[in-house]
Structures are given as structure tokens and as C-alpha cells.
Design a protein around this ligand. Structure first.
Ligand code: FEC
Length: 317
């Protein structure tokens, strides 16, 4: 079994921010002001851990598929030892930085892969998320003369394991609340431009994820909000999480739990947009804001990825 695990990608070093940003902007270099503003955001969080987390997800997904090693080293073991290559192999490709998706597809072709399943570390479909990953794979395959068959896991907004993993993490925050029954639970995902969201599929999928988690935990007060809108003049879908916090304060809430259901991993949009910017907004409003921990490469999320990949692979036959 061959798997292509995909994620957004992030620069490893300061000097890589400009070409990374240029790639996000489809080849148009950012203005000095935009570059300075993005560099400042990275500076404030230290560095995005996204590449390391995605790499850990790939390694653990491969181990889970091969079931040749436990997901974590045994207690008191200083090293997990050599990795046993089983029949499943996971390749890693990122959308905006190395290893680019095209580089991963090329490596797969060189290895003689004949059939592969792709999955994105992002659970909701939109023309600016999963669809763009698909386009990048298809372009790379076409340039190489279609060396292998490819199927993509389209989205997984209500996978039971994913809902359970989110609910578990929300519950950890419930235990920290002073008055859980009077708190607001906000579920966020990356905003996209309104013109790319007209079919409503993305908003509906994010709402479904939030609803499933809220139902599972019996949450009295919950809502969805959008975060991380890009620095472009066009309108992006809202309400932005900061606006929703303003509204929450006006509605009399004192505690808010935010869960970034659109992002399995920690990265710039979690550490800056939620832990810095939204926390500042909450502090100004006198709100207590708790943020649910991310799934990252935890075993419960890896099991979700494993299950989805195995099911998609079965659809080849
Ligand atoms: O940690 C990191 O360094 C990377 C964090 C990161 C993730 C992420 C995920 C998504 N994005 C989505 C849509 C857009 C659209 C634009 C856009 C722009 C940026 C910029 C940075 C950035 N995104 Fe992102 N996104 C991350 C980071 N994103 C940095 C550029 C500066 C800025 O505008 O803030 C606008 C592109 C344009 O200018 O034309 C649209 C969507 C996701 C969630 C799905 C996924 O993970 O792929 C949708 C993580």
C-alpha cells in the first residue's frame, strides 16, 4: 500500500519566508509590508512546528499501517530502534514548501509505485483546501505521464474517530472551566474568500463537525467562527473569531473554549491567531479563553488517518 500524506508546509528558516509566501500567492512576491508583517508573526511564535508534526504523522501512519512497531516507544526505551519497512509506505508532500507535493509524486514514480491513496491533514473540503491539493497531485502525475493510479480521501468532517478525538480534547477544557454550563464553545476553521465558498460545502462540513462534537458532549452553548483570513482586499467568510469573541462578551459569556476543528496540527494559525491574537482580544474583553490542544501526531488521530486510507485503498479493487 502506498500513501501520500499532504499538509500545508511551513518555512524552516527565516530566509525561506519570502519564497514560501510567494508560492502561497501563486508566484506573486509579497510587498515589503506584507512580508514584514508575516515575518513578525513567525517571530512572535518562535517558529511553526508544522513540518515536524507532519513528518511525525507520516512516520506514525506508516507504522500503524504496517503494525510493525508500536506508535510510541515502550517506557524506559531510549530509542524506538530501526524502522521496519513493511508493505505499506507513506510519502510526505506539502502544498507550499519542501518536500513539495510534486517532489513526493516524483519520488513515488521513481520507486515504481503503481497505485496510491492520498490524504490531507485537513478534514474539510473546499475549493481552497482539499481541491487545491488534488490539483497539485494531478498536475504532477500528468507531467510524469500518469505513472500510477491515484485516489484521494476527499474529506472527513464526521469520521467517528475524529469526532471522538476532538470531543476528548474539549472535555479536558470542560474540566478546567469554572461554570461549564454557562461557557461558550467556539469551533473554528480557516476562513476562505467568500467567492470561493459560494457553494456552502465547506461551511456545512465545518458546522457538521462542530455539531457532532457538541451533541456528543451535550454542550449547551456552541457556535462556529472563522479565523486566519488572508491579507487580501476581497471579503472572506465570517464571523471572524475575534468578532465572535466581542459578541460573546456582549452576550454575557465569561468563559469561552475555542477548538480549531479545521486544523489537526499546531502551527502559525493556532499559535498566532488563537494563542496570541484571540487571547489578546479575550483579555481586552475580560473573557477567559481556553484553547483545546491539537491532535498533532497523537495515536487517536493517526488511527483516523489509517482507517480512512485503508477504506480508500479498498475502493481501488
Ligand atoms: O505554520 C505555518 O507556517 C503554516 C500555517 C498555515 C496553514 C494554513 C492553512 C490553510 N490556508 C488556507 C487558505 C488560505 C488562503 C490564503 C492563505 C494564505 C496564507 C498565508 C500564510 C498561511 N496561509 Fe493558509 N495556512 C497557513 C498559512 N491561506 C502564512 C499568507 C499570509 C496570509 O494571508 O495570512 C490566501 C492566498 C492568497 O493570498 O491568494 C485562501 C486554508 C487552509 C486550511 C486547509 C489546509 O491546511 O490546507 C483553506 C496550516
Amino acid at each position: 500500500m502506498n500513501v501520500l500524506l499532504m499538509a500545508y508546509g511551513t518555512p524552516y528558516r527565516q530566509e525561506e519566508i519570502e519564497p514560501y509566501y510567494t508560492d502561497i500567492r501563486r508566484g506573486r512576491p509579497p510587498s515589503p509590508e506584507l512580508l514584514a508583517e508575516l515575518s513578525e508573526r513567525y517571530h512572535l511564535i518562535g517558529r511553526s512546528p508544522l513540518n515536524e508534526i507532519t513528518y511525525a504523522q507520516a512516520v506514525r501512519l506508516e507504522a500503524a499501517l504496517n503494525a510493525s512497531l508500536p506508535l510510541y516507544p515502550q517506557p524506559f526505551q531510549s530509542s524506538p530502534g530501526p524502522r521496519v519497512r513493511g508493505p505499506a509506505r507513506v510519502y510526505l508532500g506539502t502544498k507550499h514548501w519542501h518536500p513539495f507535493i510534486a517532489e513526493a509524486v516524483q519520488a513515488m514514480a521513481q520507486d515504481g509505485v503503481k497505485q496510491a491513496v492520498g490524504i490531507v491533514a485537513a478534514p474539510h473540503f473546499s475549493s481552497r483546501s482539499i481541491a487545491e491539493y488534488r490539483e497539485k497531485v494531478e498536475k504532477a502525475l500528468a507531467e510524469l505521464g500518469h505513472p500510477f493510479r491515484f485516489r484521494l480521501v476527499e474529506a472527513y468532517p464526521e469520521h467517528p474517530g475524529y469526532i471522538q478525538a476532538l470531543a476528548q480534547r474539549v472535555l479536558e477544557q470542560v474540566w478546567c472551566l469554572r461554570e461549564p454550563g454557562r461557557a461558550l464553545f467556539l469551533f473554528t476553521a480557516h476562513s476562505i474568500p467568500e467567492k470561493s465558498a459560494q457553494d456552502g460545502i465547506y461551511q456545512a462540513q465545518v458546522r457538521t463537525t462542530a455539531e457532532r462534537v457538541a451533541q456528543k458532549l451535550g454542550l449547551a452553548h456552541w457556535d462556529t467562527a472563522w479565523q486566519s483570513a488572508g491579507r487580501t482586499p476581497e471579503p472572506w467568510i465570517g464571523p471572524d473569531v475575534n468578532e465572535r469573541l466581542e459578541e460573546a462578551a456582549a452576550q454575557g459569556y465569561q468563559e469561552v473554549v475555542v477548538t480549531a476543528v479545521g486544523f489537526p496540527s499546531d502551527h502559525l494559525e493556532v499559535f498566532y491567531d488563537l494563542d496570541y491574537e484571540a487571547q489578546n482580544t479575550a483579555a481586552r474583553l475580560g473573557l477567559r479563553l481556553l484553547r483545546t490542544r491539537s491532535l498533532n501526531a497523537d495515536p487517536d488521530y493517526i488511527e483516523v488517518l489509517r482507517d480512512l486510507v485503508v477504506r480508500e485503498w479498498a475502493a481501488f479493487e
